[in-house]
Design a binder for this molecule. Structure first.
Ligand SMILES: Cc1cc2nc3c(=O)[nH]c(=O)nc-3n(C[C@H](O)[C@H](O)[C@H](O)COP(=O)(O)O)c2cc1C
Length: 160
């Protein structure tokens, strides 16, 4: 399968969108937009994200003790754009966030959030699989942001 065809086919698999975070040097909050979140296990509670080998943040995730996953709501498209496009130093500017129980940055306005202890990392081609054990988390009412065919999607609102 050619790379372009693989990309196109995988873009038909709808996902949600997260901002995955940790603390960098000097404890500064760092994060990037990630749609590769996958649930792995309920007992023990494990999830995974795949981080590109090209990411400037990969080393932070390789070394961190804890990382956070904020599942974006349907009105957080700009947040997703910001955490995928802007330079690292500007990503948290103008963003409301707080430290979770483990100290990981969690974005306000998210519909669900997880605080994970890094459990294992696996090299896998041009990405690294980062598995986390969920230590804390929560959710609220609201709709998550979807990603499909390389664009954002929201669940249609029921007719009044
Ligand atoms: C909707 C969406 C989903 C993304 N999912 C991932 C992902 O799962 N893993 C990843 O490494 N990059 C993903 N990216 C790309 C990164 O967000 C982007 O390449 C990164 O922020 C670039 O800067 P960095 O050097 O901080 O990694 C995604 C981008 C978007 C817009």
């Amino acid at each position: 399968m050619k790379e372009e065809e693989l990309r196109r086919a995988l873009s038909l698999f709808m996902t949600g969108v997260t901002v995955t975070t940790t603390r960098g040097d000097g404890d500064i909050p760092v994060g990037l937009t990630v749609s590769s979140l996958t649930s792995v296990s309920l007992d023990p509670p494990l999830l995974l994200v795949c981080i590109s080998e090209a990411s400037r943040l990969l080393d932070c995730f390789r070394r961190c003790r804890y990382f956070g996953v904020s599942v974006l709501s349907e009105d957080q498209k700009e947040v997703s754009d910001k955490f995928s496009r802007s330079c690292l130093e500007e990503r948290f500017e103008g963003i409301s966030w707080e430290s979770g129980e483990t100290g990981v940055p969690l974005l306000q306005g998210s519909v669900a959030w997880f605080e994970c202890e890094r459990y294992r990392t696996l090299e896998a081609g041009d990405h690294e699989i980062v598995i986390g054990r969920v230590e804390a988390g929560g959710s609220r009412d609201g709709e998550g942001l979807g990603y499909y065919k390389s664009g954002y999607v929201s669940r249609p609102k029921p007719l009044p």
